[in-house]
Design a protein around this ligand. Structure first.
Ligand code: ASC
Length: 153
């Protein structure tokens, strides 16, 4: 995806009222799960390099962290009220009952991802490893508090 197109996607995602984007709770659930899936896939490619399971290629790393950075902005608009049910999902009730904490956890992840993206643009594998650890920690912290073990609907 070109940077311009990504900017357009993010612009749309942030400009429109969240409710207007989803006709049914199921649509919001599908959207956020898809965004997390794509984000995790591209983060995994960088993680493989950080852990020595894939050869380090600075350009590939930076291309992937740019995608992760864009994707990190998208899921949170889709936790709309009423979308705790409608399709199997793992969002805990606390997503909505403790929205401020959930927002802070999302913003922490986004900030660590931005640092990872900056590190990848710098091309230094050790810096990428350090930033990757912080990103993983931010993912885990949010999962611990806001993601259920099992799917429900
Ligand atoms: C990933 C991924 C996650 C997080 C988490 C960190 O790469 O897909 O969900 O990191 O495993 O603890």
């Amino acid at each position: 995806m070109t940077r311009l197109l990504m900017a357009a996607v993010v612009g749309l995602a942030t400009a429109l009222p969240a409710a207007a984007q989803f006709q049914k709770p199921e649509d919001a659930i599908k959207y956020r799960q898809s965004a997390f899936t794509v984000m995790a896939n591209h983060l995994g490619r960088v993680g493989a390099m950080a852990q020595g399971r894939a050869p380090f290629d600075a350009k590939v790393a930076a291309d992937n962290t740019a995608i992760v950075s864009t994707m990190s902005m998208l899921p949170f608009h889709a936790f709309v009220p009423g979308s705790d049910k409608g399709a199997p999902n793992r969002a805990k009730a606390e997503v909505w009952s403790d929205g401020a904490k959930f927002k802070a956890a999302a913003e922490k992840m986004q900030a660590e991802v931005a640092k990872l993206d900056a590190a990848a643009k710098g091309g230094n594998l050790d810096a990428i490893k350090g930033a990757m650890g912080a990103v993983g920690g931010a993912c885990k912290a949010c999962h611990d508090d806001f993601r259920a073990e099992r799917y429900s609907n």
